[in-house]
Design a protein around this ligand. Structure first.
Ligand code: VGL
Ligand code: ZN
Length: 210
């Protein structure tokens, strides 16, 4: 891969893996794929979902609400999740098998109690910036390759915002897994196609550079 390519590893955390609070089916299957990609990308960045216990995306903070229900918050509709990725908890840690040592930056998101943040670039109010776009531009990256969890939430919104910020965006399909809430995976793949986000498989990237 080239020096202006960056692998962005989204939310490969215990709570999104089997046994976690918001387990994505086969979520842990992305770990070996992402570790093998580390061999061919010189630049890797991690994101970490990082919520305070009183976070508004948690159903537990809405009396009478149930998990996976949609609520209307100040910025619009928001799925109410089980408590997950609470700052400092074991569930918020990266999966223990994930090779994080060579990663150059960790972007934490969702740390404001009132706003959720699926995207690595903008919080769910679509206005509050994480600062990532500026960092990537200053580092001179042009092509972003996305991997991680979950395809239809944090990976999707990161991919769409990456395009909006002018990057070329590639989704490494087999390095991601989806929550698939009411058909959300199919909708996500369609949205990404329409936004000119390229779908690629890890094998193609691995063979290209070996
Ligand atoms: C995510 C739901 C809530 C994700 C994060 O990483 O896709 N999904 N918080
Ligand atoms: Zn979250």
């Amino acid at each position: 891969m080239n020096s202006d390519d960056c692998l962005i590893i989204i939310d490969v955390q215990n709570d999104f893996c089997p046994g976690g609070a918001l387990a994505v089916p086969e979520g842990d299957a992305v770990v070996t794929v992402i570790n093998s990609l580390a061999r061919v990308f010189s630049h890797r960045i991690l994101t970490q979902d990082w919520h305070p216990a009183d976070h508004r995306s948690f159903a537990s903070n809405h009396p009478g609400a149930s998990v996976m229900q949609t609520a209307v918050l100040d910025y619009g509709p928001q799925v109410l999740w089980p408590d997950h990725c609470v700052q400092g908890s074991a569930g918020a840690e990266f999966h223990s098998g994930l090779e994080t040592q060579g990663c150059e930056m960790i972007v934490r998101k969702g740390f404001r109690s009132e706003i959720d943040s699926y995207s690595a670039f903008y919080e769910n109010d679509q206005h509050t910036s994480t600062g990532l776009a500026g960092c990537l531009r200053e580092r001179g990256f042009q092509k972003l390759y996305l991997a991680g969890l979950a395809t239809d939430f944090c990976v999707l919104y990161s991919a769409l915002d990456g395009r909006k910020e002018g990057f070329e965006v590639y989704l490494i399909e087999d390095a991601c897994r989806a929550i698939d809430l009411d058909g959300s995976l199919a909708v996500a793949l369609d949205q990404m196609k329409r936004a000119d986000i390229h779908l690629v498989q890890s094998a193609a990237l691995l063979s290209r550079s070996s």
